[in-house]
Design a protein around this ligand. Structure first.
Ligand SMILES: O=C(O)CCC(=O)C(=O)O
Ligand SMILES: [Fe+2]
Length: 292
């Protein structure tokens, strides 16, 4: 897998990503950012039970709703190579006729799923899969997801570093992925794997003595349903803790020409409103916040 520095040229990164489907960005975040994420997310992860099915892993902890749990994801989701590549690959203008006018519409992108995935010793490998199977579209085809796996601890071949079949986004839907075709992602804590939704991949088997921890964020095309329900996962007060670009990526934005409006206006404005169409958000109508 090709490796980039975080300040690499975006065009060169996009070219490799479209060709290979995956690339590693070294030193994706600074040690300070990583330490902050551990401080905010570590305790919640610790308190989370192992999964209980073969797909999500029975020796694997998964912590979701990350934008409700930390304010420190801004440099992760807005990292220029990651966000830049997601925009370059997915925000391609679509030509449409409106009456006699030919117009080009550019879709938005949005945060779809977020998770810390901690694979513990003894966890077997996850079946190889394409995350964009969620979108039920045929392959090969336009990319609907660009995903990130930030190594919160070192990723090695032994400890379950994400298995990736580079180039597999070019395959059709008939060809099955084989474990022998996959390579483990090896990277230091603070580095990140970026891959396209059509690439076969999966968590690796952890044969080491310590857990492997990764933080994943999926950016999807804005006209698809988000994988994780961000409107419920991140309470409005928590959305307001993030900067405008992140709020918009969380779904408070319109996808041209008009998906997601509220009272025919930009839903971003409604975020700051004291009243919503059903009336004021007084305490009776506010759902109780969860305890943790
Ligand atoms: O944990 C990993 O390395 C990958 C996990 C994954 O691909 C998934 O759960 O969809
Ligand atoms: Fe996956």
């Amino acid at each position: 897998m090709i490796r980039f520095r975080p300040d690499a040229d975006l065009d060169g990164f996009v070219e490799v990503l479209e060709r290979d489907g995956a690339a590693v960005v070294e030193d994706f975040v600074t040690p300070d950012v990583l330490a902050g994420l551990w401080a905010d997310l570590g305790p919640g992860l610790e308190a989370t039970a192992y999964g209980d099915d073969w797909y999500n892993g029975t020796r694997t902890r998964r912590l979701s709703s990350l934008f409700a749990r930390t304010r420190r994801l801004t440099p992760v989701v807005l990292q220029p190579l990651y966000l830049g590549a997601a925009r370059a690959v997915m925000q391609r203008p679509v030509p449409v006729w409106v009456g006699r006018s030919r117009v080009e519409l550019t879709p938005s992108i949005q945060i779809s799923g977020t998770q810390v995935i901690q694979i513990h010793p003894g966890q077997g490998r996850q079946p190889l899969h394409r995350d964009d199977a969620l979108h039920l579209r045929r392959h090969p085809g336009p990319t609907s997801r660009v995903q990130l796996m930030l190594a919160m601890s070192e990723f090695t071949a032994e400890n379950g570093g994400t298995q990736v079949i580079t180039g597999s986004h070019h395959w059709d839907d008939e060809r099955a992925p084989l474990p022998s075709e996959a390579v483990p992602t090896e990277m230091a804590a603070g580095s990140a794997l970026v891959w396209l939704g059509g690439v076969y991949h999966g968590g690796g088997r952890n044969d080491s003595a310590a857990p492997r921890t990764g933080l994943t964020i999926a950016l999807d095309l804005g006209n698809l349903r988000q994988e994780e329900n961000q409107y419920l996962a991140v309470p409005r007060e928590a959305v307001l803790d993030h900067p405008e670009e992140v709020r918009r990526l969380l779904g408070y934005d319109r996808c041209p020409p008009g998906l997601g409006w509220l009272e025919m206006a930009d839903p971003y404005d409604a975020l700051h409103a004291d009243t919503l169409p059903g009336g004021p958000l007084d305490d009776d109508r506010r759902p109780a916040r969860r305890a943790s």
